[in-house]
Ligand binder design. Structure first.
Ligand code: GDP
Ligand code: IMO
Ligand code: MG
Length: 430
């Protein structure tokens, strides 16, 4: 069995964590390659709910979790998460978690910059991105600006201190310019040196671990965070996150060779949600959207924000499949559509009276798109917890068939509830 990358095919929160958990049964390693604690991945196992942000979902099955160089790691958030998981009876030790020595550090100053940038943006453009305010974007900015701190710096107090000087010289000029209180080095350095002995035991050469695993024919699942439409290059810029979310990110974000990535499983809900600002052509700003939110419990795992809800958008899905290299789909949350009278999917866009089948690059044009909807017959009764294709109502089968035809790639799995085994597996290639 080949390695597999799991990628969100919409705007995030598709159920990637539970799909990774399912794949992890037959895997040896689960590797995160992008994002940070802006992610919230939920696993429900025998009634116990695990909400993971930085920790790879595979650790719940006792598999080795690795955090690659492409991840932005807030050491405080990491240790808090390890403590939270311990309360659920799961010990995350250096035997089950390895963090790349070159992963970027997220610091309290990044959270302050995140908040200030959102305010600036609102003041000038009238609309914020709606970030998670975790400091993820500013941490990646520092990485690209070549002044970022990395996990390995925690082992060298002198170099850490010098690097903080550069970081503060850069950011404090900006803080002062905006009339904001500048940061002081002393408490920052002290805080990091206090955290260092707890974090450093987890640090290692992730690229080497993965290379050895691959050579020894072990199987690696790469757990994407966020989603194609939040990708820095392929998402609805500027309403995106600051990392490479697509399958290509698995290579640059862990050190695995692109040729060792076997297949790419895209995860999509049978409807759509988005948190934060940005275009959402098939959004339902009405009682139907509210019903999706209520039935699907569409509130952010980390921030608790209500998610915007709408119909599945197959124009967006098709384009995401192409640019992310997705070759199979996992469709999640079918049970949420139980009891709806009308079910639609968006199969095309209208822009200024013309039909188009792609997402325009220009964000002003994106805002003017109108969805072309196709209606499907709803089903009676419940699909909740169904585990066999034969038990599905004919209308549900027709909807899944239509999504597969629109997507142009096979549906490998359909999920019918949040519990680990609430799923119908259609292809055994995993
Ligand atoms: P991720 O970020 O892609 O891992 O997804 P999240 O964990 O943020 O959001 C998915 C939410 O949907 C979680 O609360 C899951 O427990 C829940 N969920 C996942 N699959 C299903 C499903 O098939 N049915 C229902 N009702 N809930 C599901
Ligand atoms: P998972 O992995 C959904 C969104 C934010 C905001 C934009 C930028 O659970 O699917 P950021 O804090 O990253 O700078 O915010 O991206 N966002 C997510 N939306 N799921 C996520 O992660 C997200 N991570 C970031 O709401 O619109
Ligand atoms: Mg999530």
């Amino acid at each position: 069995m080949s390695n597999v990358v799991v990628v969100g095919a919409q705007w995030g929160d598709e159920g990637k964590g539970r799909v990774v958990d399912w794949l992890a049964e037959k895997a040896d390693i689960v590797a995160r390659y992008n994002g940070g604690h802006n992610a919230g991945h939920t696993l429900v196992v025998d009634g116990k709910t695990y909400k993971l942000a930085l920790i790879p979902s595979g650790v719940v099955r006792g598999k080795l979790g690795v955090i690659g160089n492409g991840v932005a790691v807030d050491p405080e958030a990491l240790l808090a998460e390890i403590a939270r998981i311990a309360e659920l009876g799961l010990q995350v030790t250096p035997e089950v978690l390895q963090i790349a020595e070159t992963a970027t550090l997220v610091l309290p100053i990044h959270r302050a910059i995140d908040a200030a940038q959102e305010q600036l943006r609102t003041g000038t453009t009238g609309s914020a991105i709606g970030t998670t305010l975790r400091g993820i974007g500013p941490a990646y900015e520092d990485k690209i600006g070549r002044r970022g701190l990395r996990i390995c710096d925690l082992a060298d107090p002198e170099r850490l201190s010098a690097k903080l000087d550069l970081l503060l010289a850069h950011h404090n000029a900006w803080f002062r310019g905006l009339g904001l209180v500048p940061f002081e080095k002393g408490p920052m350095l002290e805080g990091l040196l206090q955290l260092a002995p707890q974090v450093l035991p987890f640090v290692g050469r992730v690229w080497e671990t993965l290379d050895k695993a691959h050579t020894n024919k072990q199987r690696i699942v790469f757990e994407g965070s966020q989603a194609v439409m939040l990708d820095i290059d392929w998402g609805s810029y500027p309403y995106v996150t600051s990392s490479t979310t697509i399958a290509a990110g698995a290579a640059s974000g862990t050190g695995i060779a692109p040729s060792h990535i076997g297949s790419v499983l895209g995860v999509s809900k049978v409807y759509a949600t988005r948190v934060g600002g940005g275009p959402f052509v098939s959004e339902l700003d009405d009682p139907l959207g509210e019903a999706l939110r209520a039935r699907g419990r569409e509130y952010g795992v980390n921030t608790g924000r209500p998610r915007r809800c709408g119909w599945l958008d197959t124009v967006q899905l098709r384009q995401s499949i192409k640019v992310a290299g997705i070759d199979q789909l996992a469709l999640t949350k079918l049970d949420v559509l139980d009891g709806f009278d009308d079910i639609c999917i968006c199969t095309g866009y209208e822009l200024d009276g013309q039909r188009i089948d792609h997402i325009p690059a220009n964000d002003a044009e994106q805002q003017r798109l109108k969805p072309l909807l196709k209606r499907f017959d709803a089903w009676k009764g419940s699909t909740q917890g169904l585990r066999s294709w034969n038990d599905l109502p004919a209308e549900a089968k027709a909807l899944i068939g239509a999504i597969q035809a629109e997507a142009g790639i096979p549906v490998a799995m359909v999920t019918t509830g949040p519990e680990r085994d609430d799923a119908i597996v259609l292809r055994s290639s995993f």
